[in-house]
Design a protein around this ligand. Structure first.
Ligand SMILES: Cc1cc2nc3c(=O)[nH]c(=O)nc-3n(C[C@H](O)[C@H](O)[C@H](O)COP(=O)(O)O)c2cc1C
Length: 328
């Protein structure tokens, strides 16, 4: 399907005025959804780019590290800056400042379960106070020149699965989209994501709903869409080491040769973005996932993970490529 004049795919849904032209999205992930990896996933089919969450408190202090997390490329658009915080005024002030960097959307994290965040009333800690969520969205939607959205869990614990109330508070106060991880804060990553609850949210929401939680392969994308009716599916853990999931391919369907091409490309983007030393160090966690569970590649993986220089790393990749070429 094409729009009349442009060659762009048709919009699947809108966030305010922003068209989203696809239904599968890389989730925000601290330490992973940085500009290099977001760009790779976006190119392979992720329909929009969420930054990892950034502290509103750090932003208003002008913390340089936090601002760096918000660097992006124009081709990533639609681009979402995700922030977290607990104080409504601080959240508002931070959002106003980063709106000047011209993202398309600002998203409030209400799902982070780690005690350092949720224990201070930020992230999933906000779910304990739907009225406060309403006040925050009211201020943000009135004072910002762009759409405001939120990412939630189902509630704090099993005894307080207040997602209906939270979604109502959000949409009555101007939120333009809700992304839902189908677990409670207390569950963290245990048990199974509750797709029935996501379906229920979709049935009561007037705004687009992104479903999230336990999409582990390409077939799960359709399964979640069919089960919940959600507008789009968000993928976190299953996208680490497999950006091809956004192009409809499972990790097992990608050859080692293709993976090595991606390893080169991703490493080079990392080096450009972070500089040589940090770029290589931060790349190790990706390599480990790219070359995960490939028969016969265990030794290569170990050697790549311990390569101390970019030259040594690239030499190992070249040797592996030659071996593959010879075998073919
Ligand atoms: C390493 C890691 C970092 C994460 N960081 C964030 C984050 O910054 N913001 C956020 O909203 N969720 C974050 N999440 C949660 C994911 O976006 C997602 O909700 C969760 O992993 C469930 O999806 P999955 O089953 O596809 O992994 C993170 C998850 C992981 C595994």
């Amino acid at each position: 399907m094409q729009d009349d004049k442009s060659q762009k795919p048709a919009a699947v849904f809108h966030v305010g005025d922003i068209a989203v032209r696809g239904d599968t999205i890389l989730a925000p992930m601290a330490g992973y959804s940085d500009q290099p990896y977001r760009s790779i996933c976006r190119k392979l089919g992720s329909a929009m780019s969420y930054t990892e969450f950034v502290s509103a408190d750090a932003l208003i202090r002008g913390n340089k590290k936090s601002l760096k997390l918000l660097r992006y490329l124009p081709e990533e658009r639609p681009l979402v800056f995700q922030i977290f915080g607990s104080d409504p005024q601080v959240i508002l002030e931070a959002a106003k400042r980063i709106a000047e960097l011209e993202p398309d959307i600002i998203d409030l994290n209400m799902g982070c379960s780690v005690p350092k965040v949720s224990g201070r009333g930020a992230g999933a800690g906000l779910l304990r106070d739907p009225a406060k969520i309403g006040r925050i969205f009211n201020m943000l939607s009135r004072e910002l020149p762009l759409p405001v959205t939120g990412k939630i869990r189902l509630g704090w614990d099993d005894a307080s699965r207040n997602y209906r109330e939270v979604v109502r508070a959000m949409q009555e106060n101007g939120a333009r989209l809700v992304a839902v991880h189908g677990r409670t804060k207390v569950q963290a990553y245990k048990g199974q994501a509750d797709w029935d609850a996501i379906a229920e949210i979709k049935s009561i929401a007037d705004i687009p709903v992104i479903g999230n939680g336990d999409v582990t392969c390409v077939a799960d994308i359709r399964r979640m869409k069919e089960h919940t009716g959600c507008d789009a599916v968000m993928i976190a853990r299953a996208a680490i080491g497999n950006p091809w999931i956004f192009a409809g391919k499972n990790a097992g369907e990608v050859t080692l040769a293709e993976k090595l091409v991606m390893v080169r490309r991703h490493l080079s983007a990392n080096l450009e973005f972070y500089g040589t030393e940090l770029g290589l160090i931060l790349f190790r966690k990706h390599v480990s996932k790219y070359i995960h569970s490939i028969a016969g590649a265990r030794e290569l993986r170990t050697r790549l993970l311990t390569a101390e220089t970019v030259e040594a790393f690239e030499q190992l990749v070249s040797e592996a490529e030659s071996r593959i070429a010879r075998a073919a």
